[in-house]
Structures are given as C-alpha cells and as structure tokens.
Design a binder for this molecule. Structure first.
Ligand SMILES: [Zn+2]
Length: 488
C-alpha cells in the first residue's frame, strides 16, 4: 500500500484588501518533503507526522509531498495557487502510482480566479489518480464544503472542535476510512446537507457543545463512518458559502442522507440560540472592571486568523480612555513600530504611532508615549495542539501602565506565552486583551477567571445578515431570513 500526503492551507477572506502570495506562504514553510522533520513544530508537520506514524504502524509506504500554509488574508495570487497545485499534481504523476492520497486542506481557500480551490484540487487529483484510488481530505470546519469537493473525494473529515484542538485525531479517522476504502473493506458514500445558515459556532459553550456530542453519538450508529459540521467561513464570498453537514456512511447513501438531515435539523432548530451575543467594547470594559479576578477580553473583529489585519487599536484606546491600567494588550501587527522600538533600544521612551496602518478596517492609529520594556527576535507562542505559532520580531512596550505587545509576523494570539515569552508577568495583570475570535479559549481558559469575546470594530464583525455578498448563491439564509428551511 503506497500513501501520498500533502497539504495546502489558507482561509480566504474575500473582503480583505491585500492578496495572499508567496511571502504569506513563506512565513512557515513551505515544506517540500520535510514537514515531518524541518516543519514538525507546525500544524502541518504535526499532521504529516501523524499520518507517517500510521503508515509505519501498518507497514504502508509513506511518501511526503508539499505542505504550505499562509495566514488568512485576501484571495491567493493565481500563479502562486497554480504553482502549488502543480507541485502536488506533478508529485502524484512522477512518484506514483499510489493506493491512497491524503490531503490537509482548509476548505475556504479562494484564488483570484477560483472560488473553490479545494474542490479544484480534489477534481484534478482525481483526474490524475483515477476513480479507484482513495482520496481523502481533512478540512477546517470554517470551510465552504462544496458539492464538487464531496463528489471528487473518497472521504472528507472536518475538525469537530472550535478551538480546533482535534485536527490530529480527525486526520487519523480520515486515514482509517481511506485505508478501508483502499483495501476494499469499506465503501464510503457521502451526503451533504445544506443548513441554509451563516454563523459562528464555538464548541466550548452551549448549545454547540451538545451538538458536537450528538454528532459523535451519531458516529456510533452501525454503518456511519463520519459526521462533520462545516460551520462555513462567513467572510469568504463564494457561491457555496454557508453552514453544512457532511455524513459518510459505509455503502448506504440513504443512511448518510438520513443522519445528515437529522444533525442538520438539530443545528438549524437551535439557530437563534446559536447567534453570537457578544458585549460591545464599553460594556466589556465594565464587565472586566467589575470582576475581582483575571478577565480575558478578545478583540474578535480584528483576528488575523479570519483574515483581519490585526492592527486595529480601538480596544486599546478605549481601555486607555477608561483609565484602565494593570492590563496587557496584543498582539498588534506593526513591523514598523517594532523596528522603531528595536532601534530605540531597551528602556527608551519615545513617541510611537501604533496600528491603524493597513486599511479602513484597521481604524485610526494611536499616538502614545511608549517605553520599550523587552525585545525578542523570532518570538513565538504555543499554537493549537503541539504546534508553535510564529510572531516574528516582537516588543513589549509600556503605554501608561498597559503592556502592549507588537509583533512582526501577523497571527492571532493562542497562548499566554505570547506575553510571558517577552517577560510580562500575567499574574500581575487583571485584564488581558488579545486578538483572537475563539481559539484563545483553549489555553487562556485554564488561567483566567472570565473569558469575554468582545464585539469590537474591525474586519470580521459578526452581523451575518449584513455581510455584502455578491457571489453567494443562496441569499435567503438565516439570519437574513428567519426560517429558510420552513421548519417554524
Ligand atoms: Zn477554523
């Protein structure tokens, strides 16, 4: 049994003003056959190692191709997309034949000329390997789950958790289903159910927590191989954008359809409860003030992980205006300010313009007196699972008692060591304001008394009825329409 693995991952915010190009894909990799060695600290490397270990355990031959990742932003430059796609296809042609192909993809990648890169990749892979080879894809739940993807893949498995702490587990499940298909012990058939919703579905809180458990329970039914919920990526405007359920059954299309509709309806019937209700900035600051413990405020609308610039400082300004001290704020993507601070040197106090640089979603910059407290070259933080996440050259500046972290590589904040790695003692701060939508919950949850996702100004606001779609096919979705499936 010969197994080929590869990965191409970015989430495209089609409303983001700048394209995703080679520089974006060069911050972490790209890895060409060495994700399992040179890149093993990245999520791609963790997944590639997971698949390699499963191959070793079963005596399969493991062949590793390209693994490339870019932080979410606008559409991928067409030639960059085509070159990466071409590399994967050339490997399949030149190093084959293979019995099984496993791809680590996102599912919401769009290039300048293609709204469904993953569907396109799977269709071309299928063309190269033919109808009998098992082709599997692991996708992020923030994917668009298109009929083309479902048709061309043997099996698609999505991460179930948001924060996405389960990518390795789900990748192993995908391996098992595809191995079964390649060895002809399983016959995966998929059914896609369209919930006709656009939304945001963290799984650490209700009602999503119970819905994930319901999905896992459905997987215990005889003949059901996998149940996935594609949350969708609201800020990717493509014909297929929206929330969908994908069920894989063993040879029984009727069962796959029945289970998909059952889970889809269960999610749909809770659609009103599932709408995010986050406090706005001023309210969130008073919640933090009134708390006796340590409160994390998440600047949800300026999350780099959703394609936002991560240089909007309106929450920082509101905190300063409210007289908040003894707090931290970060990470602001501002390589210019980092460079100025590094040049000024440790202990220097200077006039510094922070943030507000990338476009209208960045808001206004903030002019402050800042003292340079620490500098760290190639700073990084714990990512999801065992992976690390690069922050680039970073500084801690003190602004009127608020410890502000500025970074050179655009990323969201996943872990406390984004701050402590620069020498900031989080135990001495009552408010930790950070740029993330929900992934922060995994590692800040255990240390904080309260986690507050804040409805801030920025690129990825959660008014789903107001997103200016031009390509999305179905505009009669919830919450634009109260009951698109007519279930009352
Ligand atoms: Zn995601």
């Amino acid at each position: 049994m010969r197994v080929f693995v590869a990965g191409l991952i970015t989430e495209t915010n089609t409303f983001a003003p700048w394209p995703t190009g080679l520089r974006g894909f060069s911050e972490e990799g790209p890895f060409r056959g060495d994700a399992t060695t040179r890149g093993r600290d990245s999520e791609m490397g963790v997944m590639a190692c997971g698949w390699r270990d499963l191959c070793r355990a079963r005596g399969f031959e493991f062949v590793e191709g390209l693994f490339a990742f870019a932080q979410p932003s606008g559409r991928t430059v067409q030639s960059v997309y085509e070159d990466f796609r071409g590399e994967i296809l050339a490997d399949l042609r030149d190093r084959g034949p293979f019995d099984m192909v496993l791809l680590f993809l996102h599912g919401a990648m769009a290039s300048q000329d293609c709204d469904d890169c993953e569907g396109d990749i799977l269709a071309r892979v299928r063309e190269v390997v033919g109808p009998d080879v098992a082709v599997g894809a692991e996708l992020d739940p923030h994917c668009h789950l298109t009929p083309l993807m479902a048709e061309k893949a043997t099996a698609i498995v999505l991460m179930k958790e948001y924060p996405h702490t389960d990518y390795l587990e789900r990748g192993c499940e995908l391996f098992d289903i595809c191995a079964g298909a390649a060895q002809k012990t399983l016959k995966p058939v998929s059914h896609l159910f369209d919930c006709r919703m656009v939304g945001f579905y963290p799984t650490t809180t209700e009602p999503m927590r119970s819905l994930v458990e319901k999905m896992k329970a459905a997987e215990q039914r005889p003949g059901v191989l996998s149940v996935s919920f594609g949350h969708g990526f609201p800020w990717g405007d493509t014909p297929e954008t929206g929330s969908k359920v994908l069920v894989i059954a063993d040879g029984d299309a009727g069962l796959a359809g029945k289970v998909a509709a059952g889970i889809g309806h269960a999610i749909y019937d809770l659609r009103r409860e599932l709408l995010p209700r986050f406090p706005k900035t001023v309210e969130a600051i008073s919640i933090a003030r009134e708390s006796n413990g340590c409160v994390v405020l998440a600047d949800t609308a300026d999350n780099a992980g959703g394609g936002a610039p991560s240089d909007n400082v309106s929450l920082l300004k509101a905190m300063l205006d409210a007289g908040i001290r003894n707090a931290v704020f970060g990470g602001v993507w501002d390589p210019v300010a980092v460079r100025i601070c590094a040049e000024a040197g440790l202990g220097a106090t200077l006039a510094l313009r922070i943030g507000g640089k990338c476009g209208p979603a960045s808001g206004e910059p903030l002019d402050v007196r800042a003292t340079v407290m620490a500098f760290r070259a190639d700073h990084d933080q714990q990512g999801l699972g065992p992976a690390r996440s690069a922050m680039g050259d970073s500084v801690w500046v003190d602004v009127e008692g608020i410890a502000v972290v500025l970074m050179s590589t655009r990323t969201q904040i996943f872990a406390p060591d984004a701050f402590t790695g620069l020498g900031i003692d989080l135990k001495e701060h009552r408010i930790i304001a950070l740029k993330s939508s929900w992934h922060f919950q995994a590692l800040f949850g255990p240390m904080a008394d309260q986690l507050v996702a804040v409805s801030t100004p920025g690129a990825i606001q959660m008014d789903f009825a107001a997103i200016a779609y031009r390509k999305k096919r179905d505009l009669d979705y919830f919450p634009r329409k109260p009951d698109p499936l007519g279930r009352g």
